[in-house]
Design a protein around this ligand. Structure first.
Ligand code: FEO
Ligand code: CA
Ligand code: CA
Length: 638
């Protein structure tokens, strides 16, 4: 198990609070964490200033804003239908759908079977997720993740969508990864510039480079790559990030699901422990690559999984450049990568590990960022930290060093979760996107949900993450069976993202006050019948400091979830705490991925895996799509 330090005192905390805390104690923790007074007091105490400038979205300056709303749009109602809704005064159009051509030699999309294998790497990938826009010499270049595939839709010739040939596997591999495409706005709105010199597909087979402390380590060597430094493909590309020098960061999340085994799993104790912690097993998640692509058969290539689970840097300005997997930033189920700069100019990357009871990380570069200087190795060397959230609303970043963990720097990079456990990191309710406020020294993380938080096994033991760290209640994860989720916010000491200490509060606890009249499941004070949602996931803060929250939750609109409707996007005000619903997606979808045109007059929003026949209507296949949202008066939207 873990080598816990007294500061986290998870075991002590567990002792005090186990069995379940009394109603009174529990309420006190929740109240302290979510009280409006704590929320505003925190802003003052940490001196963020939290200045939010007026834009099209904001009606008032901060001085006028304490009570009045600062959003310039009217909230929309929850919806359960099959299309997208936005507020009055706004409109949306489809930019691109899964299967749309990036090149003129791409095959046509077939209404029944989609896209054939030949040419499947010449179209926009499936299941759109994180995305960023780069303006390169006046060209708008959109870079987008395709997180996973729907086997059944893409392999319509097979009853259960389970690949039965290398050709089937290749088709699935080609629809995932990253799409790079130039887009341009014309009379009919935004379109993909087919055949632009920037257009590129990066798939599960694209050659890339491994760098950082784990590159070349024995655990990264395979028969096909005895150097341990050259890898094919980036897997399960979930959230995104960008660097101040104009490159894209794609984040490998549930990479474990692609692996399986045709024979016994490897015997090595270290490898076995890693497999357990990261969820690598004989069956995988059903992609069934391994019988037809030996790279994914861990009984033949036991080290291949160690080559995935990283943050990958892509240079959209150089279509021929090889993407780089940065092992320095750790191997976890990366959600996204949100950068900040320390006061001294070091690059900070905040990262969440999306699994029940996993951790939040911060990485700080060894060298400083110098605009116009050499940035090629900035993400190759630095220090990883993991977060401890104390119950008194303070926290610290604990350095993952060989001294603190008993692991080598390379081992820390490969088995990062284990390193986090060894220093007593706080188990979190599934960290999804992290967003840094450009207007204040603060960052936010969506803790989407955790149905097992505070619960016990059949044997009466507190549930743990896969590393054995207890998921007992604590102030930052204060609800047992947390089906709604919350957003935590931290402010680094001295307003410097390089600081080791921080203060934190909960920006919101999602809940349902129409079902639960009071108590923690009613949600925090900024939740009301007009802005109900669950499972915050995607999150980006715009140039004005508005927090855009996207959801990936239960959309049954029934019982605990009554009144929440389909997944959606809401806007939050860091100063007042107000949250307003801005957009609703078609039923069955997740709303994920958000970026803006360089002139900030268009907002691009990702609609992933709709069940509704979106966006083309009845009798069409549901297609993950990116939509462009604009104001009718073409004013700024972020
Ligand atoms: Fe791919 Fe955690 O979302
Ligand atoms: Ca997500
Ligand atoms: Ca999610």
């Amino acid at each position: 198990m873990t080598n816990r330090t007294p500061i986290l005192s998870a075991d002590e905390w567990d002792e005090v609070n186990f069995p379940r805390p009394t109603e009174q104690e529990f309420d006190r923790v929740v109240e302290r964490a979510i009280s409006r007074r704590g929320f505003l007091g925190g802003a003052l105490a940490f001196g963020s200033g939290a200045a939010v400038m007026g834009t099209a979205f904001l009606k008032a300056t901060p001085a006028e804003a304490r009570q009045a709303t600062r959003f310039a749009f009217e909230a929309i109602a929850a919806q359960t239908d099959g299309t997208v809704h936005v507020p009055a005064g706004y409109g949306w159009k489809t930019l691109v759908r899964w299967g749309d051509p990036l090149f003129s030699d791409a095959p046509a999309f077939d209404a029944a079977s989609g896209i054939p294998t030949k040419g499947s790497d010449r179209v926009f990938g499936e299941n759109t997720d994180g995305m960023e826009i780069f303006n390169i010499g006046g060209h708008e270049v959109l870079v987008v993740n395709s997180e996973y595939v729907n086997n059944k839709v893409n392999l319509a010739h097979l009853k259960d969508g389970k690949p039965v040939s290398a050709d089937d596997v290749l088709r699935l591999q080609n629809f995932q990864g990253v799409s790079v495409m130039e887009i341009a706005e014309g009379k009919d709105g935004w379109k993909v510039v087919v055949d632009s010199r920037f257009n590129r597909r990066i798939t599960h087979n694209t050659p890339m480079v491994l760098d950082g402390p784990a590159a070349g380590h024995d655990l990264l060597k395979t028969e096909a790559d005895p150097t341990g430094m050259a890898v094919l493909g980036t897997l399960n590309n979930c959230g995104s990030g960008r660097t101040p020098w104009g490159t894209y960061l794609t984040c490998e999340e549930n990479f474990n699901g692609y692996f399986g085994a045709s024979a016994a799993l490897p015997e090595s104790a270290a490898v076995k422990a890693g497999y357990k912690r990261y969820g690598i097993n004989e069956k995988g998640a059903g992609y069934n690559y391994h019988p037809f692509d030996a790279r994914f058969d861990v009984s033949k290539n036991p080290n291949e999984p160690h080559r995935h689970g990283y943050v990958v840097e892509i240079d959209p300005a150089r279509p021929d450049s090889k993407p780089v997997k940065h092992t320095a930033l750790g191997r976890i189920k990366h959600e996204n990568a949100a950068y900040a700069l320390t006061n001294a100019g070091h690059v900070v990357v905040y990262m969440g590990d999306d699994e029940r009871g996993e951790f939040i990380y911060k990485w700080v570069s060894r060298e400083v960022f110098v605009p116009g200087g050499d940035t090629s190795t900035l993400l190759s060397d630095g220090q990883l930290f993991v977060a401890r959230f104390n119950d008194d609303l303070t926290g610290e970043w604990v350095a993952l060093t060989p001294e603190a963990t008993g692991m080598s720097v390379a081992e820390i990079a490969i088995f990062t979760r284990t390193a986090g456990s060894k220093v007593g990191a706080t188990t979190m309710d599934r960290p999804e996107w992290i967003a840094v406020n450009p207007r204040a020294a603060e960052a936010y993380c969506c803790l989407t949900n955790n149905s097992r938080r505070g619960t016990k096994t059949d044997a009466g033991k507190p549930r743990t993450n896969e590393g054995g760290d207890p998921m007992t209640l604590n102030a930052v994860n204060p609800r047992e069976t947390n089906n709604y989720g919350q957003i935590v916010r931290w402010r680094p000491a001295g307003g410097d993202h390089g600081a080791a200490k921080f203060g934190w509060d909960l920006f919101v606890m999602a809940g349902n006050p129409t079902v639960h009249k009071d108590g923690p499941y009613a949600g925090s004070a900024n939740i009301n019948a007009g802005n109900l949602f669950n499972s915050p996931d995607g999150m980006v803060i715009d140039t004005a400091g508005i927090v855009w929250i996207q959801t990936d939750g239960e959309d049954s609109n029934k019982d605990e979830y009554a009144g929440m409707g389909n997944n959606q996007m809401l806007a939050g005000d860091p100063l007042t705490g107000e949250i307003r619903r801005f957009l609703t997606g078609p039923f069955g979808c997740e709303v994920t991925g958000l970026t803006w045109s360089s002139d900030r007059r268009t907002m691009f929003v990702g609609i992933q895996h709709p069940d509704a026949p979106f966006p083309d209507g009845p009798n069409s296949l549901p297609r993950s799509s990116i939509i462009a949202v604009k104001r009718d008066d073409n004013a700024l939207v972020g």
